[in-house]
Design a protein around this ligand. Structure first.
Ligand code: FE2
Length: 502
C-alpha cells in the first residue's frame, strides 16, 4: 500500500457503532457550506421544468432507444481522431497506489458539496478519482458542468475520469464528451427518419443538447487547470491499465445495457488473468436483485465478469444512491459486487431491501450504508416534514433500527439499538408508512423526489488501495457534520487478495 495514507490515521468510527456517527444530532454543519457558490440553486426534482428536460428517458423507453447508435457514432469519431481501438489509458507506471470512486454526484446542491471536504481529506494522496454514473443532473448539459463538476472538485489535486449514467445521456452525451474527451458535438445523423415514423416522432420530441457557453466553460476549466489535474479519456468506455490491476469502465446508456461493439471490446480487453475491476453505470447486484446487464444481440456483461479466464475480482456500479456490497461465490472464487451511488444526489432508501439471500449471499455478509434503520428513520422524518404531520410520522433512529432488526431477524449493530424495545407507537407509524398506496412504487418515487438539504446526508465515497498483493475497498461516510469531515466514519472495508489470480 502507499506509504502515506491519511485515511489510516482515522479513529474507528462508524454509523454501525453509534447514531452520533451516522450524523443524528449533528450540531455544527461542515465547512462544505463555504464551498457552495453564492447563488447555488436548490436543486429539486419536483420542478416541472426539470422533469420536462429529463423526458428523453421516457422517450427512449417508449420508442426505440437511440443510445447504441449514438455511442457507435461517438466512438467512430474518437477513433477517426486518433484514439486506439482498446480505448486505453496507460497507467502501468502505477504499482502501489490509491484512488477515489464516487457515483451519482451532479446535483450541484448541498448534498453534493457535503461529500467534498471528507473526500479531499481521505483522498489527499490518491492518484486519480473516478465518477461512476450521473456526473451531471438532470440532463448532462455542458452548461451545468461549471457548478456541478468543476467547482465542487476544483481542489481535488489529481485527474478525474468518468463513466456516463442515464442522466448524462439525456443530451446525447454531448456535455460528457465535450468535458472528458474534448470532443465537439456530433452532426445530426443522416439519413433523417421518414416523416411520421416512430423514429421521426421520437426525434421531434427529443430534448436537443444545449449549445455550450464557451466563455463560462473555459473559465470553469481553469478551476481544474493545473497540469496534474488534467485528464483526457478515450471515450465513454475505457480501460485504465495500472501495474497490478486493470480497471475497465463500461457505458450502460439510458436503459442499462451495452451495444454489441462495446461488448466485443469488453471481451477483448477482459482477456487474460490479470486482476480486473469492472466499473459500470448499472450495478449487477442491487437491492437483493440480480441485474446481469444485457448485451445487444445476446449474452450479459456478468457472463464476461464470471469467466475465470478474465480475472475479475470486483464490480462497482452507480445509479442507486447508496452503498451496498454483495460478496458472491462464483465457483472457487468470490467476486465483490458493490453499489457506490452515494456521491451526491438524493439518498435511495435501503430499508426496502429485504433479508438478503440473492445468489446465496447471507444477510450477515451483506453490507449497506445507510443502515436500514437509519434509512427508515430518515424517510419517516421526510414524510413527516412533507406531509406536515408535526412529528406524528417521525421514528427515532434507535426505534427504527430495533424494528428493522426484528423484521429482518438480525441483531442491531449499535449497542444503543440493542437495548431499545420497539414501542407500540413505532409499529403503528411504520405500519402507516408501509400502507401508503402501492407500497414499493410509492416509496420508490417518493425516494426519487426527496431532496434533503441538511445533515445527516448519508452520502458516501470509496477509497481503493491497490498493490500487487491486494485491492482494499473502503466506504467512507459524508454526513455533512463538521466533525465527520475531519474524520469520515468508516462504513465498510474489504480486502481482496490479487496474487492468486494473476
Ligand atoms: Fe443517479
Amino acid at each position: 500500500m502507499g506509504s502515506e495514507d491519511p485515511a489510516r490515521t482515522y479513529r474507528s468510527r462508524s454509523s454501525r457503532l453509534s447514531s452520533a456517527d451516522a450524523g443524528w444530532g449533528c450540531t455544527a454543519k461542515g465547512s462544505f457550506i463555504d464551498l457552495l457558490p453564492a447563488k447555488a440553486p436548490r436543486f429539486s426534482w419536483l420542478r416541472p421544468s426539470v422533469l420536462w428536460r429529463s423526458r428523453n428517458d421516457v422517450l427512449a423507453r417508449l420508442f426505440d432507444d437511440p443510445t447504441d447508435d449514438a455511442r457507435r457514432r461517438w466512438v467512430a469519431a474518437q477513433q477517426a481522431g486518433g484514439v486506439g481501438r482498446d480505448a486505453l489509458v496507460d497507467r502501468t507506471d502505477l504499482d502501489a497506489f490509491s484512488f477515489l470512486l464516487l457515483g451519482d454526484t451532479g446535483e450541484g446542491d448541498k448534498s453534493q458539496f457535503a461529500a467534498v471536504p471528507g473526500l479531499l481529506r481521505a483522498g489527499a494522496d490518491t492518484a486519480f478519482m473516478v465518477i461512476c454514473s450521473d456526473v451531471i443532473y438532470p440532463t448532462g448539459s455542458v452548461n451545468d458542468y461549471p457548478e456541478r463538476f468543476f467547482l465542487p472538485y476544483r481542489e481535488y489535486p489529481g485527474p478525474i475520469y468518468a463513466l456516463p449514467g442515464n442522466h448524462d445521456w439525456y443530451d446525447g452525451l454531448t456535455g460528457f464528451m465535450r468535458v472528458f474527451c474534448e470532443a465537439p458535438p456530433l452532426p445530426r445523423p443522416e439519413p433523417r427518419p421518414r416523416p411520421f415514423s416512430r423514429a421521426w416522432l421520437r426525434d421531434l420530441l427529443w430534448a436537443k443538447p444545449d449549445p455550450a457557453d464557451e466563455a463560462e466553460l473555459a473559465a470553469a476549466r481553469e478551476l481544474r487547470g493545473a497540469p496534474e489535474q488534467r485528464a483526457l479519456q478515450p471515450g465513454p468506455y475505457w480501460v485504465l491499465d495500472t501495474g497490478p490491476l486493470r480497471i475497465i469502465g463500461i457505458d450502460t446508456g439510458i436503459t442499462g445495457h451495452i451495444d454489441s461493439g462495446q461488448a466485443a471490446w469488453l471481451r477483448r480487453v477482459s482477456a487474460g488473468r490479470k486482476p480486473k475491476l469492472l466499473l459500470t453505470g448499472q450495478p449487477i447486484y442491487v437491492d437483493n436483485e440480480y441485474r446481469p446487464c444485457s448485451i445487444e444481440g445476446g449474452g450479459t456483461v456478468d457472463e464476461i465478469v464470471r469467466d475465470p479466464e478474465h480475472g475479475y475480482v470486483a464490480v462497482i456500479g452507480g445509479n442507486i444512491h447508496n452503498y451496498q456490497r454483495y460478496p458472491v461465490r462464483v465457483g472457487e472464487r468470490e467476486i465483490q459486487y458493490v453499489v457506490a451511488g452515494g456521491g451526491g444526489a438524493f439518498m435511495s432508501a435501503t430499508h426496502l431491501i429485504g433479508r438478503v439471500n440473492v445468489a446465496g449471499v447471507d444477510e450477515d455478509d451483506f453490507r449497506c450504508y445507510p443502515l436500514r434503520g437509519d434509512s427508515l428513520s430518515f424517510y419517516s422524518h421526510l414524510y413527516d416534514r412533507r406531509l406536515r404531520t408535526r412529528g406524528l410520522l417521525a421514528i427515532s433512529p434507535e426505534q427504527a433500527s430495533a424494528l428493522l432488526a426484528e423484521w429482518l431477524g438480525t441483531r442491531p449493530t449499535r449497542e444503543e439499538a440493542r437495548r431499545t424495545a420497539v414501542a407500540r407507537r413505532t409499529r403503528r407509524v411504520a405500519a402507516i408508512l408501509w400502507r401508503l398506496p402501492t407500497r414499493r412504487f410509492f416509496h420508490r418515487w417518493f425516494s426519487e423526489f426527496s431532496d434533503w438539504d441538511e445533515p445527516p446526508f448519508f452520502k458516501s465515497f470509496l477509497r481503493l488501495d491497490v498493490d500487487s498483493a491486494a485491492l482494499r475497498i473502503r466506504c467512507f461516510a459524508a454526513t455533512g457534520c463538521g466533525e465527520h469531515e475531519l474524520d469520515p466514519p468508516l462504513e465498510d472495508e474489504v480486502t481482496i487478495p490479487l496474487l492468486r489470480w494473476s
